[in-house]
Design a protein around this ligand. Structure first.
Ligand code: MN
Length: 170
């Protein structure tokens, strides 16, 4: 059994052809996963995914996440993906939805700020959360602008950095 919200994911794919995971309902229970996949499709983008209620809520971030709080990155909501997708790396064949190469760019766990109800916060259009990844750490926020368009923004903390500083620095 897979979640009803995974139907768009299932519909778009032919699992006899693509090596991507077939949706199965499961939960990691002890910790909530996040993953960022670099997806070299028609246009290179970064897929940002958070585990929520047994699925991966997903956004396509054209420029990728930035640790600079001044860099607000567009994050376009896309269909839920199955939890198993968090481990997926490989080549989606030509002619299949999202054809191109998928590489895990970062992964780890996340926690909503103040132990908030993540699904409710996303419905309301604002989720503040802490990332514990290899590259991405500390406090972040996802804010809905309109429709499927969200912004992914680093919040100021000790993990924040300025892009300008990084260019100048060692
Ligand atoms: Mn993608």
């Amino acid at each position: 059994m897979s979640s009803r919200t995974l139907e768009p994911y299932r519909r778009r794919r032919c699992f006899r052809i693509t090596p991507e995971p077939v949706p199965k309902r499961r939960s990691s229970e002890t910790r909530r996963l996040f993953v960022v996949q670099e997806h070299d499709a028609r246009r290179l983008h970064y897929d940002f995914r958070l585990e929520v209620d047994g699925v991966l809520k997903s956004w396509a971030v054209p420029k990728g996440p930035s640790s600079d709080p001044a860099e607000k990155r567009l994050a376009v909501a896309v269909e839920d993906h199955p939890l198993d997708y968090a481990g997926f790396e490989g080549v989606i064949p030509e002619g299949q939805y999202g054809a191109g190469t998928v590489v895990i760019w970062d992964h780890g766990t996340y926690a909503p700020e103040d132990d908030a109800d993540v699904a409710a916060a996303l419905r309301e259009g604002e989720l503040k959360f802490e990332l514990e990844g290899r590259r991405l750490k500390g406090s972040w926020v996802l804010v809905r602008m309109r429709g499927k368009d969200w912004l992914l923004i680093k919040r100021r903390d000790r993990y924040a950095s300025s892009e300008r500083e990084r260019v100048r620095g060692p």
